[in-house]
Write a protein of this length. Structure first.
Length: 289
């Protein structure tokens, strides 16, 4: 072989090896840099997740059970407003940061299961809201929410098939909720009253547990006729006051009292809601407060 060709062949071989080694080093550096970036991204994601979990853990829980019952077989016609009210209120409460469980035309089993789901979520810092729209009946000084599958012929049937408002509040209290908000749009003249020998109209005065706020659509023992609107007067005015001053904290007690006054004025005193409070601190509807 020509010595000159051998020299150039050897030189080219060494040069190729050097280039290959340099390329290998570059690739190795690139892989290392990519791995480092991936590790940084994973660490950042992990930190963000931990921060989000910590933030969620520190944020007080806001829970709501919303029930709208309209199709009662014993009524001459379905109630149209409770379903509309439940849907409208659900949207407003979710906007305010509530975890809402909404059920429509609920049977007794539906309602008891929903209460069980609510209790399972309650924490010591929970603000819990209960809304019921439909028929309510008082028996023995206690108010009951009536499921759509209730078979009521006498007062004992109300206790058997109805869901006691006080019992729900006591259960939530026992599970440690710090504040309870209740809205009952159920002071309607119901289809069962003609079956009772002795009958008391409307709802009974509701025993208010510690740190609770209760709004009913009429005074104890009074009934309220449905309006012709898409929503009931109660829910219409309640939503109006929840949705005002969106950039400010809105105390629930102030909103309930403003709703009560607005309904009384709108109906020329024919419908006067009741507000009962044992709140020990301000409870706000504002999600950011």
């Amino acid at each position: 072989m020509n010595p000159l060709m051998s020299f150039f062949g050897l030189h080219m071989s060494r040069r190729s090896l050097a280039i290959a080694a340099a390329l290998a080093g570059t690739v190795s550096l690139a892989i290392g840099a990519h791995a480092a970036l991936n590790m940084r991204a994973m660490d950042a994601a992990k930190a963000a997740t931990i921060e989000q979990v910590d933030s969620s853990a520190k944020r007080p829980s806001r829970l709501a059970l919303v029930i709208g019952n309209g199709r009662y077989p014993d009524a001459n016609a379905p109630l149209m407003q409770p379903i509309n009210d439940a849907r409208a209120l659900t949207g407003a409460l979710r906007h305010e940061g509530f975890d809402v469980d909404v059920i429509e035309d609920a049977s007794h089993d539906d309602m008891t299961r929903a209460v069980a789901r609510l209790k399972a979520k309650v924490r010591s810092d929970s603000v819990v809201m209960l809304f019921f729209g439909g028929y309510g009946i008082q028996v023995g000084g206690e108010s009951y929410m009536i499921p759509v599958d209730a078979a009521i012929w006498k007062e004992a049937d109300v206790r058997r098939d109805g869901v006691s408002v006080e019992a729900v509040l006591d259960a939530v209290k026992d599970f440690g909720a710090c504040a309870k908000l209740v809205v009952l749009d159920a002071s309607r003249r119901n289809p069962y009253e003609r079956r009772f020998r002795a009958f008391s109209h409307g709802l009974a005065p509701i025993g208010v547990p510690d740190n609770a706020l209760i709004l009913t659509s009429a005074s104890p023992g009074a009934v309220a006729d449905d309006s012709s609107g898409v929503n009931s007067v109660l829910v219409t005015e309640l939503l109006n006051h929840i949705n005002t001053k969106a950039d400010q904290a809105r105390a629930a007690e102030e909103i309930f009292n403003q709703t009560r006054l607005a309904i009384s004025r709108a109906t020329d005193g024919a419908q006067v809601p009741s507000v009962s409070s044992s709140l020990l601190e301000d409870v706000s509807f504002n999600a950011g407060s």
